[in-house]
Structure formats: structure tokens, C-alpha cells
Write a protein that binds this ligand. Structure first.
Ligand SMILES: CC(C)(COP(=O)(O)OP(=O)(O)OC[C@H]1O[C@@H](n2cnc3c(N)ncnc32)[C@H](O)[C@@H]1OP(=O)(O)O)[C@@H](O)C(=O)NCCC(=O)NCCS
Length: 172
């Protein structure tokens, strides 16, 4: 399930990328774990995402799709099952210099395709960026409509008592 698309990277002061670099969307490998840790925990340090450990990433590596440019991981998303009918899009992250170039869209579309292949009825997410998920056809939903098990990660979230994430769902 590998896909190659061509994107122009966003400009930055010391550009490490060439224009029109091909972005590969593929399933993650164990060799991606270090890059995934850096990407996810970079945002976790800003309290935007939940932190992940090396063990968790290795244990759940089959959930992950990555976007890679020239062999470097520039984005990731995970499809995590909760029931025979639904799964969560989680650990979605795009490297800061690649934001705004549809890498996030490509990742969620790939995860959605995977969910459809598994015959799921819906896909959900907890997010601080509802506008991004709206663009991809997700709608806001009452948290109570989502599987209880989906809250297991919340127990170790620093915002457990004051959660401001928005629950969103897409019926497939
Ligand atoms: C949220 C995130 C994954 C989006 O990735 P991205 O590659 O920058 O987004 P895309 O370029 O694919 O955007 C797709 C669409 O959503 C819109 N969009 C993206 N981020 C948005 C935002 N923060 N607010 C409003 N709209 C947004 C884009 O304008 C684009 O619209 P278009 O298709 O009409 O052009 C990325 O900003 C990120 O990694 N953020 C930090 C981590 C995070 O918040 N993860 C989400 C956890 S649920």
C-alpha cells in the first residue's frame, strides 16, 4: 500500500529539501520508530499530542502509516481499532516545516482507505484541530457516542481533568 505523490516543501531558512520532492505514503517499519518518537514527542512537549514510548510504538507499529521524503519521515498517522465497526485516527503529526502541504490530508486519506478495507463503519478522532478534520469530512460528535475504551489513553493525559479536545467522527 505504497503511494508516491509530489509535493513542494514549505520554505524555511536552511532548506533541507528540494522542490517537488516525492512524498511516499507507506506503512511504518520498525526502523521508523526513532523518527516517530521524535515527531510525536516533539508535539507532546508542547502539550499538543500525547507522548508515546519506544515500547508503545514498537507494540503498535502495525497501526502506523508514515509520509517520507528522501527516506526521512515527515509525518505519521495511526489507525487504532476499538471494535469491529470503528477505529481511531491517532498520533497524527506532520513535521513543522511540512505543515500546510497536504501531507496531513494524504495521511488521513490513507488511514481512511485502510479503515474501509477493513470494513469499518466509522473513523473517529480527538483533536485540537477540528477545522482540519472537517476538511476531510469528519463532523463533531458527542464524546458519549464513542467507545468507552477510547478513553483509556485519557487516564495518563496531563489534561485529564480539563480536557478540551473535540471528538469528531466520519461515517464510512
Ligand atoms: C494538524 C496537522 C496534522 C495538519 O497537517 P497538514 O499537513 O499541515 O494539513 P494539510 O496541509 O493536509 O491540510 C488539509 C486541509 O486542512 C486545512 N488545515 C490544516 N491545518 C489546519 C488548521 N490548523 N486549521 C484549519 N485548517 C487547517 C488546510 O488548510 C487544508 O485545507 P485545503 O484542503 O482546503 O487546502 C498538522 O498541522 C500537525 O501535525 N499539527 C500538530 C500535531 C497535531 O495537532 N496533530 C493532530 C492531533 S489529532
Amino acid at each position: 500500500m505504497n503511494t508516491l505523490v509530489t509535493l513542494a516543501p514549505r520554505e524555511r531558512s536552511a532548506p533541507p529539501f528540494v522542490d517537488n520532492a516525492p512524498v511516499e505514503i507507506r506503512m511504518a517499519r520498525m526502523s521508523d520508530v526513532r523518527a516517530l518518537l521524535d515527531l510525536i514527542n516533539g508535539y507532546a512537549a508542547e502539550a499538543i499530542m500525547l507522548p508515546r514510548t519506544e515500547f508503545e510504538l514498537a507494540e503498535n507499529i502495525r497501526d502506523f502509516t508514515v509520509a517520507a521524503v528522501g527516506g526521512d519521515v515527515v509525518g505519521c498517522a495511526a489507525l487504532h481499532f476499538y471494535s469491529p465497526a470503528t477505529a481511531e485516527v491517532r498520533s497524527l503529526a506532520v513535521a513543522p516545516q511540512w505543515k500546510g502541504h497536504h501531507v496531513g490530508r494524504l495521511l488521513v486519506e490513507s488511514v481512511e482507505k485502510e479503515a474501509r478495507n477493513y470494513g469499518l463503519a466509522s473513523l473517529f478522532a480527538f483533536t485540537y484541530v477540528p477545522a482540519f478534520f472537517s476538511k476531510l469530512g469528519f463532523v463533531e460528535v458527542e464524546r458519549g457516542e464513542l467507545p468507552l475504551k477510547a478513553w483509556k489513553d485519557c487516564l495518563r493525559c496531563p489534561k485529564f481533568q480539563c480536557c478540551d479536545e473535540i471528538a469528531m467522527i466520519k461515517r464510512l
